[in-house]
Write a protein that binds this ligand. Structure first.
Ligand code: GAP
Length: 463
């Protein structure tokens, strides 16, 4: 399979089978925005639920949160987002293409097979690189750029229906800040004690200008973030950091079924790392255009709580009951995009077998992830007894699983459609079912078919 075209194949499959559509397509679409169709909504929900189960429900040291998308504007001032949450942009004066300066430079050197990292460089330094190397515009190939300048990524909005009372607010740029500003309430209202973590899943918004790598980087996206709070005098951060690395790796390989060889850790060097972070490492996935960040892990110290304490004037310290010491907890933050995991999962599970007309495409998704755990077909749609029996099987299975239904076309076409959405099992109700109460169960990966008694169907599917 040619690696360059894998993204195109996934984009086409997503549209064809109802995973992802270009957003507002009837109006010509909106750059870097997508809608998740029926299959996409199921896959997203399965990833989200697995994450929540693993990192919130299964851990006694974790609690969950669902904070507002629009927080007090001071939150973003305190966090530093208003002043420095920005990308360096550059515009082509000839064709008006706007692009991220770091991407322009990195792509240019990548194409010359001399890859460089630009993160951490100032606007002036990037300007110098563009000028010295006479990097042309990727769209019109001319060399006539504006200067590199900062572009804030926060989405602005306003609160209030009367213009005079309008006040500027922001759609959250990360879910993390909602956790920091609820920290005191969580401490006061629950029985948590350090070390403990708060997990949150929700939409974040960034005014990204990107080169369409499908849902890799979008204007709005779903994040799953944890702030793990601890007392730096009682808990060593290095082993904690390593534990989180192991949990993250185990989740991606074990729960999402992603191949370990397509993953790696990359530590940020001093230039790239945020000034408040003592260590940052990214788990990277081998996307078709190279290893890129999937999941960040950062030791953010007490930076955020300190900032919020200073800006709000509210004491956010906790007291060590053994000696009365007051301190601000430190945090380790695992932060991932659910939508980016979604894309990775599709890329990693995509399979082709055979060639030409005979080619079979399927998604080798883990059963817990597949949009439908099982699909049910009546052999034909015009035999009432078969349809009624199949409907009963559908109703029984759907008590436990998400179940697909198909009574259109021939069985071969139905298998093909279910393969492409990754349904692990297809169950056909046929004439023999009416006689002996067995159904044909077809396995997605092996394509083997077996007769299974209806009373054993649920346990067969649960394997
Ligand atoms: N609180 C830390 C934080 O937000 P980040 O590296 O900016 O860190 C965390 O984002 C994760 O969110 C990334 O690793 C990525 O998976 C996802 N992410 C960030 N920006 C995204 C975007 N524009 N579209 C899709 N996913 C995004």
């Amino acid at each position: 399979m040619a690696e360059q075209t894998l993204t195109d194949k996934i984009v086409a499959l997503c549209k064809r089978r109802g995973f992802v559509y270009p957003s507002s397509e009837i109006y010509g679409g909106l750059a870097n925005s997508y809608d998740y169709g029926p299959m996409g909504a199921n896959l997203l929900r399965n990833i989200r639920n697995l994450w929540w189960k693993e990192f919130v429900e299964k851990r006694p040291d974790m609690v969950g949160l669902d904070s507002s998308i629009i927080l007090h504007p001071m939150v973003w001032k305190a966090s530093g987002h208003v002043d420095s949450f920005s990308d360096a942009m550059i515009d082509c004066k000839e064709c008006k293409t706007r692009t991220r300066a770091d991407h322009l430079i990195e792509d240019y050197f990548e194409s010359k097979k001399e890859p460089i990292k630009v993160e951490g460089k100032t606007e002036d330094q990037m300007d110098q690189i563009v000028q010295e190397n006479k990097i042309p515009c990727p769209a019109c190939k001319k060399f006539n750029w504006t200067k590199v300048r900062k572009f804030n990524l926060l989405f602005e909005t306003s609160i209030g229906i009367v213009p005079e009372s309008e006040s500027k607010a922001y759609l959250r740029g990360e879910t993390a800040q909602g956790i920091f500003v609820s920290f005191k309430n969580i401490m006061d209202s629950t029985r948590v004690k350090l070390p403990f973590g708060v997990g949150q899943i929700g939409k974040s918004f960034r005014n990204e200008i990107t080169k369409g790598n499908f849902v890799f980087r979008t204007l709005e996206f779903e994040q799953a973030e944890i702030e793990y709070f601890f007392d730096p005098e009682k808990t060593e951060w290095e082993p904690l950091f390593e534990n989180w690395k192991n949990s993250m790796w185990e989740f991606v390989t074990g729960k999402l079924g992603v191949k370990g060889e397509n993953l790696r850790w990359r530590a940020h060097d001093d230039e790239e790392r945020s000034f408040y972070s003592k260590r940052t490492e990214d788990m990277e996935y081998k996307f078709p255009w190279g290893f890129k960040e999937l999941w960040g892990l950062a030791y953010r110290t007490d930076y955020d709580l300190t900032q919020h304490e200073n800006f709000s004037g509210v004491d956010l310290k906790v007291v060590d009951s053994s000696d009365g010491r007051k301190f601000l907890p430190h945090v380790i933050e695992p932060a991932v995009g659910i939508t980016r995991m979604f894309f990775m999962t599709l890329l990693d599970s995509y399979r082709e077998e055979g060639e030409g007309e005979e080619m079979r495409i399927y998604l080798a998704l883990k059963p817990d992830l597949a949009p439908y755990r099982v699909a049910v077909f009546p052999l034909v749609s015009n035999k009432v007894e078969l349809v009624e029996k199949a409907d009963q099987v559908f109703k029984d299975l759907s008590q436990i699983y998400s179940v697909g239904w198909d009574d259109r076309g021939n069985i071969g076409k139905r298998y093909r459609a279910q393969d492409e959405i990754g349904t692990p099992y297809c169950v056909t109700v046929d004439y023999q079912t009416l006689e002996d109460g067995t159904v044909t169960v077809r396995d997605r990966d092996s394509m083997k078919q077996e007769r299974v008694a209806l009373e054993e169907l649920q346990s067969y599917i649960a394997r």
